[in-house]
Structures are given as C-alpha cells and as structure tokens.
Design a protein around this ligand. Sequence first.
Ligand SMILES: [Fe+2]
Length: 345
Amino acid sequence: MLFRELNQGKCKSYLLACETTRKASLIDPIREKTDRYLAALAYFGCKLELAIDTHTHADHRSGVFELKEITGAKVVMHRRAPAPHVDIHVQDGQTIDCGELRLRVLATPGHTPDSMSLYADGKVFTGDTLLIRGTGRTDFQGGDPGLQYDSITKKLFVLPDDTLVYPAHDYRGNTQSSIGEEKRLNPRIANLSKTEYMELMAKLGLPLPTKIQEVLQPNQTALDDDRIAFPTVAELNQVRQLNPLEVQSLVNSDSPPLVLDVREPNEYSGELGHIRGSKLIPLKDLASRATELEALKNKHVIAICRAGVRSTTAAAILTSLGFEHVSNLRGGMLEWNEHKLPVER
Ligand SMILES: [Fe+2]
C-alpha cells in the first residue's frame, strides 16, 4: 500500500493507494488543499477512486465534493452523514475496495453521530474519535461522550496492539501512535471507567471552533451561497423537533400539516423513499421558492431530510421568513425508516 499524510499541519489528510492498480483513496481531504492533492496524485501516478470523510467536519471545509467534481471520485461517508451528494453510504463492518486495497469500516460514533474509523493494512484511521494522547470533543454536533467511550474501548482498543493509529487531527506535532500505546498512555481514556470518562468530557469547556457556522453549513448541507443568510446556532436550537411517531400521527390527523422534504430529487425517490403527500423543495432552492408556500404561512409545516440536519436549517430559514408554525422531523427519513413507517418511492 502506498501511504502518505499530505497536509503536514494540524488537520491530517491521508492518501492510500493500491500499488498494483494505482487506484487511490483520500481520507479527510481539506478543500483549500485540493491543488496539493491533485499534484500528489499526479506525482504518484494514481487515480482517485474514493474521497472519504470520517465524519462531518466542523473546523474546516471538506474537500470531498470538489475532488469528486474534478476527478470523478466517489464520495464515501457513514450512512448517518447529513450531507447530500454522498455516493456511497457505509455502515459498521462493511468493506470498501480500492484496487487490491480493502478498507474496513468501523462505526465509531461519539464525536458526531456519523463518525467512523477505517482499518486497512495494519493501520486505523480514527477521524476525531481517538486522537494521539487525546479524544475528539463531544460537546456539539450531536456528540455523545458515552457513545464515544464505547466506540474507543469496544471497536478500537480491541484491534491488535501494534495497529498504527492515524487521527484526523493532531495539535502537538505527533505523527503516529499505536493502539497499544493509546490503551496504556492516552490520558483522556486509559484506565478510566465510562462514568469517569463522561465526567471528564463534560468538564472540558472548550471554545467552539472559529467560523463554525461558515464551515458546518456547507459541510452538512452543501449550501454554499452568499445570498442565503444561514441561520445562527441560536435559531437552529429553537427549531421544534418532532419524533417520527409524532409526525406520523399529525400526518394522519384531520388537519394534516404540510410535509416539506428538502432533500435532492434523487434522494426523494431513492432507497429511503418519502412520506406520502410530501412536497419536494431542495434546501438550496428553498429561499427562492418560498413564495410557493406563501399561502401556508399560518399552517403547520414539517421539514424533512435524510438525517434531520438539513431540514433543521430549512425550518430555521422558513421561521425567519415569517412562517409561524414550523417543526422538524428529528433524525429525518433514516429514523422514519427505522420505525418502519410507510414510505413511497
Ligand atoms: Fe471533527
């Protein structure tokens, strides 16, 4: 396996390639370094097959979509990822082939619900789940310290001790570690019980990443348009969240709400299906097409998407446009399907 870390900074991006076929994967590419990746691919005579994000990043713009556009590579993310335009959704235990190279997916939620690690050839790429002598923060973006403890101890620390660890970030100049070393020496988690770990994570009190909204919105929603005023964190937090069963009973009531699906057309007719009678307006078109909903300003509108993140943005946008009664389907069509509620395709 041809292997390089390409950024040489605090954010890490990894190039993995099959030496026989020259097919390559990039893990956690950063948008502003796209040129550097293209140069590296050309230098090594590789063709990019897979652009993989270990999770939805909050501190930098992801490069996967730009790389897809330029090279035709397929974008790979965990099935919980909120962004549209992901080509391959993967889940725990699945393998992805890149030439003769085989990557194994380990779902490791906790930093975010869509966090995953990838194992290949004695190396594990741990995203922001397990860092070198640290762990990823769990205090926003759906983070959960208990889940993260289980991910690290039950999915990563069970790998062979000599497995090399490559995280998505390192702030102290480390370049690699091993599972054995982290099990013994990681001050955040070594020898801690789950309760102790959760207490420690609750006390960290870290500041939010700078420019978090400017980064998260495009990474989560693919919305990248200066003319659209992104909702603030406070506005997003105010969106009323309904669970699938609450939405189902409203849909079946005598005065059903408008169910507004803000995914892309291919998702609407895709594997997760859509709710009968729902109206499709992709999030990127919502601000310009809101006039179509003008007559419904006083009516209950329930926004829906794949994972419930894009639709929370949509709900906040509609509220700011004067819609009085807007809610969101928490967990989106993923959770709707998990409850085995009816869909149309
Ligand atoms: Fe992260």
